[in-house]
Design a protein around this ligand. Structure first.
Ligand code: SF4
Ligand code: SF4
Length: 184
């Protein structure tokens, strides 16, 4: 029979001799392999105490951004939802009322903004489509949940902490973006 690859191996079906039947040499060989691995560098890490560095192009959980005064950037234009190949984003727009200028940067804002994380493929197209720097993919994983509905992230789940009221949490959520922005 012609082999499809050069990885074909013939199985040795000879009856075992006495040396093989007592299994001790095979056990010793296996233990030697295990022992040798004790001195090799571990490929695993003690997560979550130790964390690996992410790739510079890693795309994680979405964050809805605020400006330096803490106002929401999103103007509910819908471009991110249109760009999303997974149709994971839904929103409802509302008009900013007098006296709400400190909450929303634009005259229109997202009264409701949801991302279905079970659909999201973390492609980053929503970030690329946004003309207001209102959404970006962070270096955080979407946490594990037990129910499907818990994966539909609401606006309050996605909004970055307020930069003035919660500066430390804001800086943490910005992650590498803070470093990049300060270099610009
Ligand atoms: S990362 Fe991609 S799939 Fe996920 S919400 Fe954004 S555009 Fe949609
Ligand atoms: S996140 Fe950006 S693209 Fe999406 S609705 Fe808001 S402003 Fe528009």
């Amino acid at each position: 029979m012609q082999a499809l690859t050069n990885r074909l191996k013939h199985v040795d079906r000879r009856p075992m001799n006495l040396w093989e039947k007592i299994y001790i040499p095979a056990i010793v060989k296996g233990m030697a392999i295990t022992f040798a691995h004790m001195f090799k560098k571990k490929p695993t890490i003690n997560y979550p105490e130790v964390k690996r560095r992410f790739s510079p192009v890693f795309r994680g959980l979405q964050i809805l951004n605020r400006d330096a005064e803490g106002r929401e950037n999103c103007t509910a234009c819908g471009l991110c939802a249109v760009a999303c190949p997974a149709e994971a984003i839904t929103m409802e727009a509302a008009e900013r009322q007098p006296g709400e200028e400190h909450l929303y940067r634009e005259e229109k804002y997202a009264a409701r903004y949801e991302i279905n994380m079970l659909r999201c493929i973390f492609c980053g197209l929503c970030e690329e489509a946004c003309p207001k720097d209102a959404i970006y993919l962070s270096e955080t994983f979407a946490p594990a949940e037990f129910q499907r509905k818990q994966f539909v992230y609401k606006k309050q789940d996605l909004l970055i902490p307020h930069p003035i009221n919660e500066p430390e949490a804001y800086k943490k959520a910005l992650g590498n973006r803070a470093v990049k922005n300060s270099n610009n």
